[in-house]
Design a protein around this ligand. Structure first.
Ligand SMILES: [Zn+2]
Length: 55
């Protein structure tokens, strides 16, 4: 999963946009996306995405 994949998914998935906001508050991202199947690397990509955004 790349940051581009992540951004595409975010555009289609309101839940994951909420998840991004939640993750910024240091809540466990796995709990946040627990109700949808997340691919390997999704969480790492999400972390990278946030790191770039908050730079
Ligand atoms: Zn999603």
């Amino acid at each position: 999963v790349t940051a581009e994949d992540l951004e595409k998914h975010m555009n289609d998935c309101p839940e994951c946009r909420v998840c991004l906001e939640t993750f910024r508050q240091s809540v466990d991202v796995y709990k946040c996306v627990g109700d949808e199947p997340i691919p390997d690397g999704f969480v790492d990509a999400l972390k990278d995405f946030i790191r770039r955004e908050t730079k």
